[in-house]
Design a protein. Structure first.
Length: 168
């Protein structure tokens, strides 16, 4: 039996459209819309299995790469995404200060750090890294949170998804 679909208070079509309009790169490039949606799916799957903040994970999936200026080398895109969160808060979503801090931290350090003691931040990073197959990278398990060792089916499904394209 399939799990019921997740109803999201964070992911709305107008919000998604706003982010897509702001995105400066090819919507179907390595860090574009398909990637955002796969990270969203990965994050939701992680949230089904461990106790993490789904609101933060969903927002991270949509925001973490939306301020990229270059597909390949853009070391400041995480910082720009973290700062962008402030302009989105209260206009496109509501978060308390604690959740906003989690979101900003997850965005800012998602390419420069390996592990974080906060399960929600680690889940954000893992959801993103599980999609690296799209660019031909397979990370060793030592680069993921330990909890994924108990969820091999999630890992395998995410890796398979990373090798596919969506049909819109």
């Amino acid at each position: 039996m399939l799990d019921p679909p997740i109803k999201s208070a964070m992911f709305t079509q107008p919000f998604f459209d706003h982010l897509a309009e702001q995105f400066q790169l090819d919507h179907f490039g390595y860090h574009g819309i398909e990637h955002w949606l796969r990270v969203l799916i990965n994050g939701r799957e992680i949230a089904r299995r461990i106790s993490v903040n789904l609101k933060v994970i969903e927002l991270f999936a949509l925001i973490h790469d939306c301020r990229r200026w270059n597909e390949f080398e853009d070391p400041l895109h995480g910082q720009r995404a973290a700062e962008f969160c402030d302009s989105l808060k209260d206009r496109w979503f509501a978060l308390d200060d604690t959740d906003l801090r989690l979101l900003r931290t997850a965005c800012r350090y998602h390419t420069s750090e390996n592990f974080h003691p906060n399960a929600t931040i680690q889940a954000c990073w893992d959801a993103d890294r599980l999609d690296l197959g799209r660019i031909g990278i397979t990370l060793g398990r030592e680069r993921f949170g330990d909890y994924l060792e108990q969820h091999e089916d999630l890992v395998q499904a995410a890796i398979a998804r990373s090798l596919q394209s969506f049909s819109f």
